[in-house]
Design a protein around this ligand. Structure first.
Ligand code: HEM
Length: 409
Protein backbone atom coordinates (compact mmCIF):
# COMPACT_ATOMS: atom_id res chain seq x y z
CA UNK A 1 0.00 0.00 0.00
CA UNK A 2 1.14 3.52 -0.71
CA UNK A 3 2.47 5.61 2.13
CA UNK A 4 1.74 9.27 1.81
CA UNK A 5 1.74 12.30 4.11
CA UNK A 6 -1.11 14.67 3.38
CA UNK A 7 -1.19 18.14 4.87
CA UNK A 8 -4.89 18.33 5.73
CA UNK A 9 -4.19 21.50 7.72
CA UNK A 10 -2.65 23.49 4.83
CA UNK A 11 -4.55 26.80 4.63
CA UNK A 12 -5.80 26.16 1.09
CA UNK A 13 -7.01 22.66 2.09
CA UNK A 14 -8.81 23.97 5.18
CA UNK A 15 -10.44 26.59 2.95
CA UNK A 16 -11.47 24.09 0.25
CA UNK A 17 -10.50 20.40 0.67
CA UNK A 18 -12.42 19.15 -2.38
CA UNK A 19 -9.69 19.62 -5.04
CA UNK A 20 -7.34 17.60 -2.80
CA UNK A 21 -9.95 14.86 -2.38
CA UNK A 22 -10.51 14.76 -6.15
CA UNK A 23 -6.77 14.19 -6.67
CA UNK A 24 -6.69 11.50 -3.98
CA UNK A 25 -9.59 9.61 -5.56
CA UNK A 26 -7.73 9.49 -8.88
CA UNK A 27 -4.13 9.01 -7.70
CA UNK A 28 -4.24 7.29 -4.30
CA UNK A 29 -7.79 6.37 -3.22
CA UNK A 30 -6.25 4.22 -0.45
CA UNK A 31 -3.06 5.29 1.36
CA UNK A 32 -1.37 5.02 4.73
CA UNK A 33 -0.52 8.32 6.42
CA UNK A 34 2.18 7.83 9.10
CA UNK A 35 1.48 11.23 10.64
CA UNK A 36 -2.11 10.22 11.40
CA UNK A 37 -1.30 6.52 11.75
CA UNK A 38 -4.38 5.82 9.63
CA UNK A 39 -5.10 4.08 6.36
CA UNK A 40 -7.29 6.60 4.55
CA UNK A 41 -10.06 5.74 2.10
CA UNK A 42 -11.31 8.39 -0.33
CA UNK A 43 -13.87 6.58 -2.51
CA UNK A 44 -17.61 6.35 -1.80
CA UNK A 45 -17.77 2.59 -2.28
CA UNK A 46 -14.95 1.95 0.22
CA UNK A 47 -16.28 4.40 2.82
CA UNK A 48 -19.80 2.95 2.74
CA UNK A 49 -18.51 -0.63 2.45
CA UNK A 50 -16.32 -0.28 5.54
CA UNK A 51 -19.07 1.42 7.57
CA UNK A 52 -21.33 -1.55 6.88
CA UNK A 53 -18.72 -4.27 7.46
CA UNK A 54 -18.64 -5.76 10.97
CA UNK A 55 -14.93 -6.61 10.60
CA UNK A 56 -14.44 -2.91 11.40
CA UNK A 57 -15.69 -1.28 14.58
CA UNK A 58 -15.83 1.98 16.50
CA UNK A 59 -14.87 0.12 19.65
CA UNK A 60 -11.99 -2.28 20.02
CA UNK A 61 -12.30 -3.48 23.61
CA UNK A 62 -14.70 -6.35 22.83
CA UNK A 63 -12.51 -7.74 20.05
CA UNK A 64 -8.89 -7.12 21.00
CA UNK A 65 -6.94 -7.46 24.24
CA UNK A 66 -5.22 -4.27 25.54
CA UNK A 67 -1.83 -5.73 24.50
CA UNK A 68 -2.90 -6.06 20.88
CA UNK A 69 -3.37 -2.30 20.53
CA UNK A 70 -0.65 0.35 20.54
CA UNK A 71 -0.56 1.48 24.20
CA UNK A 72 -0.14 5.12 23.30
CA UNK A 73 -3.13 5.06 20.96
CA UNK A 74 -5.19 3.12 23.51
CA UNK A 75 -4.34 5.61 26.25
CA UNK A 76 -5.30 8.51 24.01
CA UNK A 77 -8.71 7.00 23.26
CA UNK A 78 -9.49 5.59 26.71
CA UNK A 79 -7.43 7.89 28.97
CA UNK A 80 -7.12 6.38 32.46
CA UNK A 81 -6.14 9.84 33.75
CA UNK A 82 -9.66 11.00 33.02
CA UNK A 83 -11.81 8.18 34.39
CA UNK A 84 -15.16 10.00 34.45
CA UNK A 85 -14.75 11.13 30.85
CA UNK A 86 -13.75 7.61 29.79
CA UNK A 87 -16.68 6.03 31.63
CA UNK A 88 -19.45 8.35 30.46
CA UNK A 89 -18.23 9.80 27.18
CA UNK A 90 -16.36 6.81 25.72
CA UNK A 91 -18.97 4.39 26.94
CA UNK A 92 -21.91 6.15 25.33
CA UNK A 93 -23.56 3.96 22.72
CA UNK A 94 -21.97 5.68 19.71
CA UNK A 95 -18.72 4.10 20.90
CA UNK A 96 -20.06 0.63 21.62
CA UNK A 97 -20.40 -2.36 19.35
CA UNK A 98 -23.00 -5.16 19.35
CA UNK A 99 -24.49 -6.58 21.47
CA UNK A 100 -24.22 -3.60 23.89
CA UNK A 101 -24.79 -1.08 21.09
CA UNK A 102 -27.82 -2.93 19.69
CA UNK A 103 -29.53 -3.04 23.08
CA UNK A 104 -29.18 0.66 23.89
CA UNK A 105 -29.88 1.89 20.38
CA UNK A 106 -33.10 -0.13 20.25
CA UNK A 107 -34.25 1.47 23.49
CA UNK A 108 -33.53 5.08 22.47
CA UNK A 109 -34.37 4.86 18.77
CA UNK A 110 -38.11 5.24 18.87
CA UNK A 111 -37.75 8.64 20.53
CA UNK A 112 -35.99 9.84 17.34
CA UNK A 113 -38.48 8.75 14.69
CA UNK A 114 -39.60 11.12 11.95
CA UNK A 115 -42.94 11.58 13.74
CA UNK A 116 -41.33 12.43 17.07
CA UNK A 117 -38.94 14.78 15.24
CA UNK A 118 -41.79 16.53 13.45
CA UNK A 119 -43.32 17.44 16.81
CA UNK A 120 -40.39 19.82 17.41
CA UNK A 121 -40.91 21.66 14.13
CA UNK A 122 -43.14 24.51 15.42
CA UNK A 123 -40.66 25.40 18.17
CA UNK A 124 -37.75 25.44 15.74
CA UNK A 125 -39.75 27.62 13.34
CA UNK A 126 -40.45 30.15 16.06
CA UNK A 127 -36.74 30.34 16.94
CA UNK A 128 -35.67 30.67 13.30
CA UNK A 129 -38.26 33.31 12.49
CA UNK A 130 -37.44 35.41 15.51
CA UNK A 131 -33.74 35.38 14.61
CA UNK A 132 -34.17 36.17 10.94
CA UNK A 133 -36.70 38.98 11.42
CA UNK A 134 -34.37 40.91 13.70
CA UNK A 135 -31.47 40.38 11.30
CA UNK A 136 -33.35 41.39 8.16
CA UNK A 137 -34.47 44.59 9.86
CA UNK A 138 -30.83 45.34 10.66
CA UNK A 139 -29.54 44.33 7.22
CA UNK A 140 -26.80 41.95 8.34
CA UNK A 141 -26.10 39.10 10.73
CA UNK A 142 -23.32 36.98 12.18
CA UNK A 143 -24.89 33.70 11.12
CA UNK A 144 -23.08 31.31 13.50
CA UNK A 145 -24.10 33.02 16.73
CA UNK A 146 -27.41 34.46 15.59
CA UNK A 147 -28.86 31.68 13.43
CA UNK A 148 -26.90 28.42 13.22
CA UNK A 149 -26.47 28.08 17.00
CA UNK A 150 -29.91 28.96 18.43
CA UNK A 151 -31.89 26.55 16.22
CA UNK A 152 -30.15 23.31 17.35
CA UNK A 153 -29.69 24.60 20.88
CA UNK A 154 -33.41 25.26 21.27
CA UNK A 155 -34.21 21.89 19.79
CA UNK A 156 -31.86 19.92 22.05
CA UNK A 157 -32.92 21.82 25.15
CA UNK A 158 -36.54 21.02 24.25
CA UNK A 159 -35.63 17.43 23.55
CA UNK A 160 -33.99 16.98 26.93
CA UNK A 161 -36.39 19.30 28.75
CA UNK A 162 -33.73 21.73 29.93
CA UNK A 163 -34.69 25.23 31.17
CA UNK A 164 -33.37 28.07 28.93
CA UNK A 165 -31.31 29.56 31.79
CA UNK A 166 -29.16 26.38 31.94
CA UNK A 167 -28.42 26.21 28.22
CA UNK A 168 -25.20 28.30 28.15
CA UNK A 169 -23.72 26.13 30.90
CA UNK A 170 -24.53 22.94 28.99
CA UNK A 171 -22.94 24.35 25.88
CA UNK A 172 -19.78 25.23 27.82
CA UNK A 173 -19.56 21.68 29.24
CA UNK A 174 -20.18 20.20 25.83
CA UNK A 175 -17.39 22.27 24.22
CA UNK A 176 -14.95 21.31 27.01
CA UNK A 177 -15.83 17.61 26.72
CA UNK A 178 -15.35 17.29 22.97
CA UNK A 179 -11.83 18.76 23.15
CA UNK A 180 -10.59 15.35 24.34
CA UNK A 181 -11.55 13.84 20.98
CA UNK A 182 -8.94 16.05 19.33
CA UNK A 183 -5.40 14.76 18.86
CA UNK A 184 -3.88 18.11 19.70
CA UNK A 185 -5.47 18.39 23.12
CA UNK A 186 -3.37 19.90 25.93
CA UNK A 187 -3.17 18.54 29.52
CA UNK A 188 -5.04 21.57 30.72
CA UNK A 189 -7.85 20.92 28.23
CA UNK A 190 -7.89 17.26 29.27
CA UNK A 191 -8.36 18.20 32.91
CA UNK A 192 -11.06 20.69 31.93
CA UNK A 193 -12.86 17.94 29.96
CA UNK A 194 -12.78 15.65 33.01
CA UNK A 195 -14.11 18.45 35.26
CA UNK A 196 -16.85 19.31 32.76
CA UNK A 197 -17.90 15.64 32.59
CA UNK A 198 -18.12 15.37 36.40
CA UNK A 199 -20.33 18.47 36.56
CA UNK A 200 -22.43 17.44 33.58
CA UNK A 201 -23.01 13.94 35.04
CA UNK A 202 -24.13 15.52 38.30
CA UNK A 203 -26.53 17.82 36.41
CA UNK A 204 -28.01 14.95 34.37
CA UNK A 205 -28.46 12.80 37.49
CA UNK A 206 -30.55 15.55 39.05
CA UNK A 207 -32.50 15.94 35.81
CA UNK A 208 -33.22 12.20 35.78
CA UNK A 209 -34.37 12.24 39.40
CA UNK A 210 -36.69 15.15 38.60
CA UNK A 211 -38.15 13.39 35.53
CA UNK A 212 -38.67 10.20 37.48
CA UNK A 213 -40.75 12.20 39.94
CA UNK A 214 -42.57 14.20 37.26
CA UNK A 215 -42.36 12.71 33.75
CA UNK A 216 -42.69 15.26 30.92
CA UNK A 217 -43.03 15.30 27.14
CA UNK A 218 -39.28 15.01 26.47
CA UNK A 219 -36.57 12.55 25.47
CA UNK A 220 -35.30 12.07 29.03
CA UNK A 221 -38.74 10.97 30.24
CA UNK A 222 -39.13 8.82 27.13
CA UNK A 223 -35.78 7.11 27.73
CA UNK A 224 -36.60 6.44 31.38
CA UNK A 225 -39.86 4.85 30.25
CA UNK A 226 -38.31 2.95 27.31
CA UNK A 227 -38.61 -0.77 27.71
CA UNK A 228 -38.00 -3.68 25.37
CA UNK A 229 -38.81 -7.23 26.40
CA UNK A 230 -38.42 -6.38 30.07
CA UNK A 231 -35.11 -4.56 29.50
CA UNK A 232 -34.56 -0.92 30.52
CA UNK A 233 -31.61 1.51 30.43
CA UNK A 234 -29.44 1.61 33.55
CA UNK A 235 -28.77 4.92 35.33
CA UNK A 236 -25.24 5.14 33.82
CA UNK A 237 -26.60 4.39 30.33
CA UNK A 238 -29.23 7.10 30.71
CA UNK A 239 -26.63 9.63 31.84
CA UNK A 240 -24.20 8.89 29.02
CA UNK A 241 -26.96 8.86 26.38
CA UNK A 242 -28.21 12.29 27.50
CA UNK A 243 -24.70 13.74 27.27
CA UNK A 244 -24.14 12.06 23.90
CA UNK A 245 -27.35 13.55 22.54
CA UNK A 246 -26.24 17.02 23.48
CA UNK A 247 -22.72 16.62 22.12
CA UNK A 248 -23.59 14.69 18.95
CA UNK A 249 -26.63 16.77 18.13
CA UNK A 250 -25.24 20.22 18.56
CA UNK A 251 -21.95 20.98 16.86
CA UNK A 252 -22.63 19.03 13.64
CA UNK A 253 -25.90 20.88 13.13
CA UNK A 254 -24.36 24.30 13.78
CA UNK A 255 -21.67 23.61 11.18
CA UNK A 256 -24.22 22.14 8.75
CA UNK A 257 -26.34 25.31 8.82
CA UNK A 258 -23.26 27.56 8.56
CA UNK A 259 -21.77 25.62 5.64
CA UNK A 260 -25.17 25.53 3.95
CA UNK A 261 -25.67 29.31 4.17
CA UNK A 262 -22.17 29.93 2.86
CA UNK A 263 -22.78 27.62 -0.11
CA UNK A 264 -26.08 29.38 -0.87
CA UNK A 265 -24.38 32.78 -0.71
CA UNK A 266 -21.78 31.59 -3.22
CA UNK A 267 -24.37 30.08 -5.57
CA UNK A 268 -26.97 32.81 -6.19
CA UNK A 269 -28.69 30.80 -8.96
CA UNK A 270 -29.28 27.89 -6.61
CA UNK A 271 -30.54 30.28 -3.94
CA UNK A 272 -32.94 31.86 -6.43
CA UNK A 273 -34.27 28.40 -7.26
CA UNK A 274 -34.86 27.71 -3.55
CA UNK A 275 -36.59 31.05 -3.09
CA UNK A 276 -39.12 30.26 -5.83
CA UNK A 277 -40.66 27.60 -3.57
CA UNK A 278 -39.06 27.42 -0.10
CA UNK A 279 -41.84 25.18 1.26
CA UNK A 280 -41.47 22.58 -1.46
CA UNK A 281 -37.72 22.74 -2.06
CA UNK A 282 -36.04 23.19 1.33
CA UNK A 283 -35.93 19.46 2.14
CA UNK A 284 -34.10 18.51 -1.03
CA UNK A 285 -31.87 21.60 -0.66
CA UNK A 286 -30.96 20.49 2.87
CA UNK A 287 -29.86 17.08 1.57
CA UNK A 288 -27.74 18.53 -1.21
CA UNK A 289 -26.12 21.10 1.11
CA UNK A 290 -25.19 18.26 3.48
CA UNK A 291 -23.56 16.44 0.59
CA UNK A 292 -21.88 19.51 -0.87
CA UNK A 293 -20.09 20.58 2.31
CA UNK A 294 -20.54 18.05 5.12
CA UNK A 295 -20.04 19.25 8.71
CA UNK A 296 -18.35 15.98 9.71
CA UNK A 297 -15.65 15.05 7.22
CA UNK A 298 -13.79 12.07 8.65
CA UNK A 299 -14.60 9.08 10.86
CA UNK A 300 -12.30 6.34 12.05
CA UNK A 301 -12.78 2.61 12.47
CA UNK A 302 -10.67 -0.09 14.10
CA UNK A 303 -9.72 -3.10 12.01
CA UNK A 304 -10.92 -6.01 14.16
CA UNK A 305 -9.29 -8.86 12.22
CA UNK A 306 -6.53 -9.25 9.61
CA UNK A 307 -8.20 -8.86 6.23
CA UNK A 308 -7.82 -8.13 2.56
CA UNK A 309 -9.81 -5.12 1.36
CA UNK A 310 -9.89 -5.14 -2.41
CA UNK A 311 -6.21 -6.10 -2.58
CA UNK A 312 -5.15 -3.95 0.38
CA UNK A 313 -3.91 -5.87 3.42
CA UNK A 314 -5.25 -4.41 6.67
CA UNK A 315 -3.85 -5.55 10.00
CA UNK A 316 -5.95 -6.27 13.09
CA UNK A 317 -5.60 -3.55 15.74
CA UNK A 318 -4.82 -0.72 13.25
CA UNK A 319 -7.19 2.08 12.25
CA UNK A 320 -8.71 3.36 9.04
CA UNK A 321 -9.82 6.94 8.28
CA UNK A 322 -12.93 7.37 6.12
CA UNK A 323 -13.03 10.60 4.16
CA UNK A 324 -16.76 11.41 4.09
CA UNK A 325 -16.19 14.72 2.32
CA UNK A 326 -14.41 12.90 -0.49
CA UNK A 327 -17.04 10.12 -0.71
CA UNK A 328 -19.70 12.82 -1.09
CA UNK A 329 -17.88 14.20 -4.13
CA UNK A 330 -17.08 10.88 -5.79
CA UNK A 331 -17.76 11.18 -9.54
CA UNK A 332 -18.39 7.40 -9.68
CA UNK A 333 -21.63 8.03 -7.73
CA UNK A 334 -22.59 11.69 -8.24
CA UNK A 335 -22.92 13.37 -11.67
CA UNK A 336 -21.03 16.69 -11.68
CA UNK A 337 -20.15 16.42 -7.97
CA UNK A 338 -18.63 19.91 -7.75
CA UNK A 339 -21.93 21.45 -8.81
CA UNK A 340 -24.43 22.51 -6.15
CA UNK A 341 -27.64 21.00 -7.48
CA UNK A 342 -30.38 21.54 -4.89
CA UNK A 343 -32.74 19.26 -6.83
CA UNK A 344 -30.25 16.35 -6.92
CA UNK A 345 -32.07 13.05 -6.84
CA UNK A 346 -31.06 10.38 -5.97
CA UNK A 347 -28.55 11.73 -3.49
CA UNK A 348 -26.81 8.90 -1.61
CA UNK A 349 -24.51 11.15 0.46
CA UNK A 350 -22.75 9.68 3.51
CA UNK A 351 -22.89 12.72 5.81
CA UNK A 352 -25.01 10.78 8.35
CA UNK A 353 -22.83 7.66 8.05
CA UNK A 354 -24.08 4.17 7.20
CA UNK A 355 -24.55 0.80 8.86
CA UNK A 356 -25.34 0.23 12.53
CA UNK A 357 -24.10 3.65 13.71
CA UNK A 358 -26.07 5.59 11.07
CA UNK A 359 -27.01 8.88 12.76
CA UNK A 360 -29.95 8.18 15.03
CA UNK A 361 -30.68 11.93 15.06
CA UNK A 362 -30.85 12.20 11.24
CA UNK A 363 -34.67 12.64 11.05
CA UNK A 364 -34.41 15.41 13.61
CA UNK A 365 -31.41 17.05 11.95
CA UNK A 366 -33.24 17.02 8.61
CA UNK A 367 -36.22 18.85 10.10
CA UNK A 368 -33.86 21.42 11.66
CA UNK A 369 -32.00 22.05 8.42
CA UNK A 370 -35.17 22.24 6.39
CA UNK A 371 -36.62 24.78 8.83
CA UNK A 372 -33.38 26.78 8.82
CA UNK A 373 -33.18 27.09 5.00
CA UNK A 374 -36.90 27.51 4.42
CA UNK A 375 -37.29 30.29 6.97
CA UNK A 376 -34.14 32.02 5.71
CA UNK A 377 -35.33 31.87 2.09
CA UNK A 378 -38.76 33.22 3.00
CA UNK A 379 -37.32 36.38 4.53
CA UNK A 380 -34.07 37.06 2.64
CA UNK A 381 -34.28 38.08 -1.03
CA UNK A 382 -30.57 37.98 -1.76
CA UNK A 383 -27.43 38.11 0.33
CA UNK A 384 -23.71 37.70 0.33
CA UNK A 385 -21.23 36.25 2.77
CA UNK A 386 -17.96 37.68 4.03
CA UNK A 387 -16.16 34.80 5.74
CA UNK A 388 -12.66 35.31 7.10
CA UNK A 389 -10.40 32.29 6.33
CA UNK A 390 -8.89 32.76 9.80
CA UNK A 391 -12.27 31.74 11.24
CA UNK A 392 -12.08 28.24 9.71
CA UNK A 393 -12.21 25.44 12.29
CA UNK A 394 -8.80 23.72 12.16
CA UNK A 395 -9.86 20.10 12.08
CA UNK A 396 -10.04 17.13 9.73
CA UNK A 397 -13.20 15.91 11.46
CA UNK A 398 -15.28 19.07 11.86
CA UNK A 399 -15.78 21.40 8.94
CA UNK A 400 -17.17 24.80 9.78
CA UNK A 401 -16.53 28.43 10.65
CA UNK A 402 -16.39 30.19 13.99
CA UNK A 403 -18.06 33.26 12.45
CA UNK A 404 -19.95 33.93 9.23
CA UNK A 405 -20.93 37.57 8.58
CA UNK A 406 -23.82 37.87 6.10
CA UNK A 407 -25.05 41.05 4.44
CA UNK A 408 -28.58 41.22 3.04
CA UNK A 409 -28.91 43.08 -0.27
C1 HEM B 1 -26.41 17.73 10.46
C2 HEM B 1 -26.35 17.20 11.63
C3 HEM B 1 -25.75 15.85 11.95
C4 HEM B 1 -24.80 15.12 11.29
C5 HEM B 1 -24.06 15.50 10.00
C6 HEM B 1 -24.61 13.89 12.02
C7 HEM B 1 -23.75 12.88 11.64
C8 HEM B 1 -23.60 11.67 12.29
C9 HEM B 1 -22.76 10.59 11.85
C10 HEM B 1 -21.88 10.62 10.61
C11 HEM B 1 -22.90 9.56 12.72
C12 HEM B 1 -22.23 8.19 12.64
C13 HEM B 1 -20.84 8.18 13.20
C14 HEM B 1 -20.10 6.92 12.86
O1 HEM B 1 -20.55 6.10 12.06
O2 HEM B 1 -18.98 6.73 13.38
C15 HEM B 1 -23.82 10.00 13.75
C16 HEM B 1 -24.22 9.24 14.81
C17 HEM B 1 -25.04 9.72 15.81
N1 HEM B 1 -25.71 10.92 15.84
FE1 HEM B 1 -25.66 12.35 14.43
N2 HEM B 1 -25.43 13.90 13.11
C18 HEM B 1 -26.16 15.06 13.09
C19 HEM B 1 -27.12 15.44 14.00
C20 HEM B 1 -27.50 14.71 15.09
C21 HEM B 1 -28.54 15.09 16.03
C22 HEM B 1 -29.42 16.32 15.90
C23 HEM B 1 -28.55 14.12 17.01
C24 HEM B 1 -29.40 14.01 18.24
C25 HEM B 1 -30.16 14.93 18.74
C26 HEM B 1 -27.53 13.15 16.68
C27 HEM B 1 -27.24 12.03 17.43
C28 HEM B 1 -26.42 11.01 17.01
C29 HEM B 1 -26.20 9.79 17.80
C30 HEM B 1 -26.80 9.49 19.17
C31 HEM B 1 -25.35 8.97 17.04
C32 HEM B 1 -24.84 7.58 17.40
C33 HEM B 1 -25.64 6.52 16.71
C34 HEM B 1 -25.11 5.12 16.94
O3 HEM B 1 -23.94 4.94 17.27
O4 HEM B 1 -25.89 4.17 16.76
N3 HEM B 1 -26.93 13.53 15.50
N4 HEM B 1 -24.24 11.30 13.45
Amino acid sequence: MLTKAVDFYAPEVLEDPYPLYARLRVETPVFFDPEWDLTFFARHRDVVGILKDRRFGRDVRHALGPDEVDREVYERIYPSRYPTWTRYIRDSFIDLEPPRHTRIRRLVQWAFTRRASESYRPRMETTAERAIRVAVERGHMEAVAEYATPIPLTMIAELLGIPPADQPQLLAWSHAIVRLFDREVTDEEGRAAERATIEFVEYVRELLAERRRRPGDDLVSAMIAAEHEGDVLSEDELVSTCILTLNAGHEATVHAITNGLLALARHPDAYRWLREDPEGRAASAADELLRFDAPLQMFERWVLEDLDWDGVALRRGTKVGLLFGSANHDEAVFGRPEELNLARNPNPYVSFGAGIHYCVGAPLAKVELEVAYRTFARYVTSFHAEPDPADRVKSLVFRGLRRLPLVFD
